[in-house]
Design a protein around this ligand. Structure first.
Ligand code: SF4
Length: 391
């Protein structure tokens, strides 16, 4: 049986400030750090309130994402990490990740993050090609990005991720390969490669709609993904998830919780959480009969968030019950993305073999994972695999 405490070992915290908005971004963030002092105070209050309702959870992973957490005053970040430690029981060897952008990294700031208890830095490098960085609306150049890797290492971080983006219009395969090779040479322990997607509501979406930008076609995008797999695996980074590559033992434990369909609490504007039913009820969510768990989310407005916290509320904007069928569907869909694959029931094996015959799945005993072709049609593959069970 799930309990309010036992099954939740992860916490996500959102910090919504950026130097400026990138062209493709639909994350909850605003340009500038105005109001960050008051926001960080409200975030600490929400964390304490979560603790009052959930009890002193044992946390194995904490992820401070954004936005650009590295932009806010390191003392405020230290205050946030201290609040988490005072509120919850953070394991001695917990993974505490913070996202940072190269433009707000220095050795001094990185030392302060380290002293605060952060032990993993995820850097938004995205590209090392000037035209791609400019297209994406990033504020740093290649030299700053590579210097930032050195600075966080000099400050004592041994776990360093670099985020990269492929399928950027104008960025050919040769220069994508060069970016990968230069990032590898900088020596991060983890590299994430995400396909550029055109999200509604972003400036990039407007440009595409007006015909000013032509998105990279699927064939080239898949080729660039294959180039990433080839370059990174040759350099010793194992592809443990579709978009994620790590040196041995450097997989992101927090993100693995998501892909294993595990539970996590969340705080901060725009943050999404997923709690077992008992824990969801403990924080005041209206849990439907039959729900195994609840997904919930915060609103995107920073001012409204501050007001709700100030009024003594847990500022949750919405929630959705997850029944046993949906939970199983999500488990399989997320697990198919992992190199280790996901276990399926005997009743799905015949269908799995059929999908393997189509080149969409790889089957190993009772475990299956999506092939490169299967990844492109993951929803359909999942539905065929477990459609009848999920109904
Ligand atoms: S730095 Fe990240 S969160 Fe901020 S605007 Fe750019 S993509 Fe969005």
């Amino acid at each position: 049986m799930t309990t309010a405490r036992g099954d939740v070992g992860s916490l996500y915290l959102h910090i919504p400030f950026c130097e400026r908005k990138c062209e493709y971004c639909d994350f909850t963030s605003v340009a500038g750090a105005t109001g960050s002092d008051a926001y960080m105070e409200a975030l600490c209050t929400e964390v304490r309130r979560l603790g009052e309702r959930l009890g002193r959870l044992s946390l194995d992973t904490v992820f401070i994402g954004g936005g650009t957490p590295s932009l806010v005053d390191p003392e405020l970040l230290a205050g946030l990490v201290a609040t988490v430690r005072n509120t919850f029981s953070v394991a001695v060897d917990a993974e505490v990740t913070m996202e940072a952008n190269p433009s707000s990294v220095s050795t001094g700031r990185a030392r302060a993050w380290k002293a605060a208890g952060v032990n993993r830095i995820s850097l938004g490098v995205q590209s090392l090609e000037a035209d791609a960085l400019s297209f994406l609306g990033r504020v740093h150049d290649a030299d700053r990005a590579l210097a930032a890797v050195g600075e966080v290492r000099a400050a004592g971080f041994t776990s360093i991720n670099c985020d990269l983006i492929y399928a950027v219009p104008g960025l050919g395969d040769t220069r994508w390969r060069r970016t990968l090779e230069r990032v590898v040479a900088a020596g991060p322990t983890h590299i994430s490669c995400y396909e550029l997607t055109v999200e509604p509501g972003t400036p990039l979406h407007t440009q595409v709609r007006r015909g000013l930008v032509k998105p990279v076609e699927g064939v080239r995008s898949m080729r660039q993904h294959r180039i990433a797999v080839e370059v990174l695996e040759r350099a010793g980074y194992a592809q443990y998830e579709v978009s994620n590559f790590a040196l041995p033992g450097e997989e992101c434990r927090h993100n693995l919780v998501y892909w294993h369909n595990g539970y996590y609490a969340a705080a901060g504007v725009g943050a999404h959480g997923h709690l077992p039913a008992e824990a969801a009820a403990a924080i005041g969510l209206d849990v439907e009969a039959g729900a195994v768990s609840m997904r919930y989310w915060h609103g995107r407005g920073i001012a409204a968030y501050g007001r709700a916290v100030g009024a003594g509320l847990l500022p949750v904007a919405g929630s959705e019950p997850v029944g046993p069928g949906m939970r199983e569907q999500e488990r399989v869909m997320l697990g198919l993305r992992l190199r280790e694959g996901v276990r399926i029931g005997a009743s799905s094996l015949v269908e799995a073999r059929a999908l393997e015959g189509l080149g969409l799945l790889a089957v190993d005993g009772d475990r299956v994972r999506a092939t490169a072709r299967g990844e492109a049609v993951l929803n359909q593959v999942t539905l065929r695999l477990i459609g009848d069970q999920a109904a």
